[in-house]
Design a protein around this ligand. Structure first.
Ligand SMILES: [Zn+2]
Length: 256
């Protein structure tokens, strides 16, 4: 069965992770009328909000959370997607049984067809890897009727890893296997990143990455119209009547 309008859930360790890694893809799905949601494990209040602390002397963690909630909410609005904050803390992200069960409930209530999670090796920001692993645990738990009894079980969604942190992505040994052309939604991604005023460095970094990923995929597809792209890797195996093909500039005729 082909799902025409997949429900899309992205789980990030921190408030801004979705913006850098998959905002273009999320905006595309939202523009097609798909239900799209971002769940943030934390606000990134301790480890990814330096400007909020430095620009507001005397501020405490709760004050930083308020700033980040507003920024990330505005960033999600720029894409037309929903956002939920679990407020489980960061640096370190600590995964307990109770927090995993809450993540299971989030997945079961939203019922994603497509789940975007962190790459599970990130030596310089282990929060991302920890939450990537937590998502794999939770998506498996969501299938079991004995977990949170009474909730409707969730069959396995398609799971893709998002790209690791910049500027050290290759240190995380991330090798893309799927690219999404985000040329049409790149302006929305830019607007999204600009809302995250505590991490304004993101815009330049992730524009450069999107241009680089686009150059890579142009070389495969021959489609010179691809200016910006996001990269992913599959966790769950592909299954279908056919194998996926590039979306090429011109459709070639194949003989079998
Ligand atoms: Zn992060």
């Amino acid at each position: 069965m082909v799902i025409e309008q997949p429900r899309v859930l992205c789980v990030g360790a921190h408030a801004a992770d979705f913006a850098a890694r998959c905002a273009g893809a999320l905006a595309h799905y939202a523009s097609k009328g798909c239900a799209v949601k971002v769940a943030c494990w934390s606000f990134g209040e301790r480890g990814e909000s330096a400007d909020s602390w430095l620009n507001n002397p005397g501020i405490d963690a709760e004050g930083v959370k308020t700033i980040r909630r507003q920024e990330a909410g505005d960033a999600a609005k720029a894409l037309g997607v929903d956002i939920e904050f679990l407020n489980f803390g960061d640096h370190p992200c600590e995964v307990t049984a109770g927090r995993l069960e809450k993540l299971v409930s989030v997945m079961r209530q939203f019922r994603p067809d497509l789940l975007l999670i962190h790459w599970t090796h990130d030596p310089y920001n282990t929060d991302h890897a920890i939450i990537g692993e937590a998502c794999i645990k939770a998506y498996r738990m969501a299938k079991g009727p004995g977990v949170n009894p009474g909730e409707e079980q969730l069959h396995f969604p398609d799971v893709y890893y998002m790209e690791g942190s910049l500027p050290l992505s290759e240190h995380s040994r991330f090798i893309p296997t799927y690219y999404v052309d985000i040329t049409e939604t790149f302006q929305q991604k830019t607007e999204c990143m600009r809302q995250l005023k505590s991490q304004l460095f993101m815009e330049v970094r992730y524009r450069q990455l999107a241009e680089f990923r686009a150059a890579q995929i142009r070389s495969f597809t021959g489609n010179q119209g691809i200016q910006y792209a996001e990269a992913f890797a599959r966790f769950t195996p592909w299954s279908g009547n056919t194998l996926p093909l590039f979306e090429r500039q011109t459709v070639r005729k194949f003989s079998y």
